[in-house]
Write a protein that binds this ligand. Structure first.
Ligand code: KG4
Ligand code: ZN
Length: 345
């Protein structure tokens, strides 16, 4: 079988409606992302019912502009790859139904894709990067997940550990809300932290020795305690102006605590498992301090996706679609969405 493919990717697992055309798993011909972030900002997080309704309005124009921008018709696509899970059930259904309709009408094969796997493959969406060096250690840090994964070859995953409570991105979002910085919280914390001292507050690091798991709830409570100390009148979830709150120092100290643990445990796991390289993906992999700290501390190479592909997009779905199409996967048109689909069964 020829290794050359042209895949249409579709993604609607959370608050981005996205479609992309990717060639050979690497070359992005078109990539359209309609973010709902501004819509959800008023709620301080993603409102599932609002998200699925917006996906319904947006999916058709997004898919059709991805095809138009790529100058291809659906019949010159080799496969349609769509996020099947994990994610919000009502949102996933919109993308999956669109993909099924297109597949049924055109006869093009349909592939259901795991969103976490796609984050890992976002790293190779560049024509000028080398093939992966296996075994590799993957850290997925997104709004919904924090997962440490060992990959010995393409499409095979061993889960070493993950978060026991909040995902890394979720912790950024919650602390940003607490500091009155808005949604999404990660980029806002990063900006606020730039003027702050990461050593101002010695926040706890949950190392959970002897496991590859993570926990961010103790850190969250410690930040909350500091905020209450400065703002005794604060009520949970109430956003008020906070003169006198050392936001930059709190943001920098919180970010440093998250980064320390993510980098420390990932590098240790890479050493223990003899990984050739480390892959960091998902929304939080856009974080500048995380990138710098990995670069300073790791003795093996660390790959990140291009900045624009750290958060949810459909090019990464198509990138996995390429590998899975070549491996022979073809899905029947009657599959269901899998909102809690783990990367390893
Ligand atoms: O991968 P993603 O787009 O969605 C999920 O699959 O969950 O990740 C979104 C998460 C949000 O929690 C957002 O706050 C976080 O990624 N994020 C960041 C940064 N950019 C996005 N966290 C820290 N620093 C950033 N620069
Ligand atoms: Zn994601």
């Amino acid at each position: 079988m020829s290794e050359e493919t042209r895949i249409l990717g579709i993604e609607t697992s959370c608050d981005e409606t996205a479609a992309a055309v990717v060639e050979n798993g690497r070359q992005i011909i078109s990539s359209v992302v309609a973010s709902q972030a501004a819509l959800h900002a008023q709620y301080g997080g993603v409102f599932p019912e609002v998200a699925s309704r917006r996906h319904i309005e947006t999916i058709y124009p997004v898919v059709s502009s991805a095809l138009t921008q790529a100058h291809v018709g659906i019949r010159s696509i080799d496969a349609i790859a769509v996020t099947r899970g994990p994610g919000l059930a009502g949102s996933l259904v919109v993308g999956v139904n669109m993909a099924k309709g297109l597949a049924l009408a055109s006869g093009v094969p349909l592939l259901g894709i795991n969103h976490l796997e796609a984050h890992l493959y976002s790293t190779w969406l560049q024509t000028d990067v080398s093939e992966p060096g296996f075994p590799l250690l993957g850290l997925i840090v997104s709004g919904g997940h924090t997962e440490l994964i060992l990959m010995r070859e393409h499409l095979t995953y061993e889960r070493l550990g993950g978060t026991l409570d909040d995902a890394a991105g979720e912790a950024f979002d919650k602390i940003a809300r607490l500091l009155g910085l808005g949604y999404p919280g990660g980029p806002a914390i990063q900006v606020a932290a730039e003027g702050g001292d990461p050593k101002a507050f010695p926040f706890p690091r949950s190392w959970l020795e002897e496991t590859w798991d993570f926990s961010f709830s103790g850190l969250k409570t410690a930040v909350l305690r500091q905020v209450r100390r400065h703002q005794p009148e604060l009520e949970a979830g109430v956003e008020i102006p906070r003169p006198g709150l050392p936001i930059a120092d709190l943001a920098a100290s919180f970010q440093a605590a998250v980064v320390d643990v993510l980098v420390g445990k990932t590098i240790k796991a890479a050493e223990d498992y003899g990984a050739e390289e480390i892959l960091v993906a998902g929304g939080v992999s856009a974080n500048r301090s995380l990138r710098q700290t990995f670069a300073e501390k790791s003795t093996v190479g660390v790959r990140f996706p291009p900045l624009a592909l750290c958060t949810d997009n459909a090019a990464m779905i198509a990138a996995v679609g390429h590998q899975r199409y070549l491996s022979g996967q073809r899905d029947a048109l009657d599959f269901d969405v899998l909102p809690t689909w783990p990367l390893t069964e």
